[in-house]
Design a protein around this ligand. Structure first.
Ligand SMILES: Cc1ncc(COP(=O)(O)O)c(C=O)c1O
Length: 397
């Protein structure tokens, strides 16, 4: 069930809203006041009682990280591992898989650059073939083509649900159905989806899912998590093990933890981990369906305004488009536009380089400006932003 948004409360609890227009939520969102306050308290506790002692004192909040995350994506707490970011979470799953020469990995054109680098590294090491499933007419992964490409050689289906450089939402559920029917492990990079829309690993059918804290979940930087389905746990070999992930039983014998914590490090950003639990509870208190509805609708308003501006070309793909709004600017340098907007206290980012290379090369795009909204943004801010953008573009004419 969705509910009307208490936008005044959302903004009052997002203190920077008074000073800046933050349209860089896909980069790193603004952390809410309850989360920042809790994080600061934890750090002060570390200062006053000691690092190890603060972990004992905040044991319930640290435990809550697992409970909150499991509720967020509908799994068991034993299937969650804390990670310092989405990339490392993803790596712990991906590099835990074994491949043989001739095996295939199926992925999307819109796959995240770091993941593509990792596929290529394993391709060099094991003779794996990396296959990019074509897009359909909407620019999202073509699920029917995926279905046709499935055979005995395919050992992994691995996609980014929402790419780094666009508003596309890939059909993760349709992909999950193909993977499940064929019994192929399915790794979902949900880095830009988590916190922006409801995610249910049962409905999606993924076996592994990676996510970050700082983006749409509005958690602290340097936080993330990995989900590993219980039936997948023993099929993955954690690429690193330490004495948190495993117990040394004798000089020549160790035993891994039973649960997903076998993918964690002993030393962790404990304050961030507990605060990420607070951020997840906070997001769930707003309701993920309500957040999605507001974010998607603000993004549609922003797209409509941008369509009216001469020299702006929207580049978002997908049948379903999310809160990330991307566009090219004619006769203007994207980085200059970004810095001119920044001078006017408006934050956006630029997507180019490795992160989006496969898709952008195919589409003949070099770089885009990425303006990503969250639920605390408003239509008034969209108006201020589009007016400022027109001014900035006029500087170049
Ligand atoms: C689709 C996608 N996957 C993974 C990542 C990496 O996330 P992190 O920086 O938390 O490792 C990003 C970051 O932008 C991303 O957009």
């Amino acid at each position: 069930m969705t509910r009307t948004f208490d936008i005044e409360r959302a903004r009052a609890e997002t203190r920077a809203c008074e000073n800046i227009i933050h349209f860089n939520n896909a980069g790193s969102s603004l952390t809410s006041a309850p989360v920042v306050d809790y994080l600061c308290e934890f750090i002060k506790l570390e200062e006053s009682v000691g690092g190890y002692e603060s972990v004992e004192q905040e044991a319930a909040a640290l435990d809550n990280f697992y409970n909150a995350t499991a509720r967020l994506i509908n799994c068991n707490t034993s299937e969650i591992a804390y990670a310092e970011n989405a990339t490392r979470a993803w790596d712990m799953a991906f590099y835990g898989l074994s491949f043989n020469p001739g095996d295939r990995i199926l992925t999307t054109m819109s796959e995240y650059g770091s993941n593509v680098i990792a596929y290529n590294q394993q391709a060099e090491r094991y003779g794996v073939e990396v296959v990019f499933v074509p897009d359909d007419q909407y620019g999202q992964i073509d699920v029917e083509a995926l279905q046709r490409m499935v055979d005995d050689r395919v050992k992994l289906i691995s996609i980014s649900m929402i790419p780094t450089g666009g508003g596309l939402v890939n059909p993760a559920v349709g992909v999950g159905k193909v993977a499940r029917d064929a019994g192929i492990p399915y790794l979902l990079d949900a880095c830009q989806a988590v916190g922006q829309l409801p995610l249910d690993v049962e409905a999606i059918g993924c076996d592994m899912l990676s996510a970050t804290g700082r983006k749409f979940l509005r958690g602290p930087r340097g936080t993330g998590f990995l989900y590993v389905r219980s039936t997948m746990m023993d099929k993955l070999i954690p690429p690193f093990l330490d004495q948190h992930a495993a117990d040394l039983i004798s000089p020549g014998e160790y035993r891994m933890l039973e649960d997903a914590r076998r993918f964690e490090n002993w030393e962790q950003y404990f304050a961030g981990k507990a605060a990420l639990g607070v951020a997840i509870d906070y997001a769930m208190d707003w309701g993920l369906a309500s957040i999605r509805d507001r974010v998607f609708s603000l993004a549609e308003t922003l797209r409509a305004r941008l369509r009216e501006i001469d020299g702006v070309e929207l580049t978002d793909q997908g049948q379903v488009k999310c809160g990330i709004v991307t566009f090219e600017v004619d006769r203007a340098d994207a980085y200059r536009v970004k810095s001119e907007l920044h001078k006017r206290k408006i934050n956006v980012s630029v997507s180019d380089g490795s992160g989006t290379l496969v898709s952008f090369q195919q589409r003949g795009i070099e770089r885009v400006i990425r303006s990503s909204v969250h639920y605390f943004n408003t239509t008034q801010e969209i108006d201020i932003f589009t007016d400022a953008l027109k001014d900035v573009l006029a500087l170049n004419r």
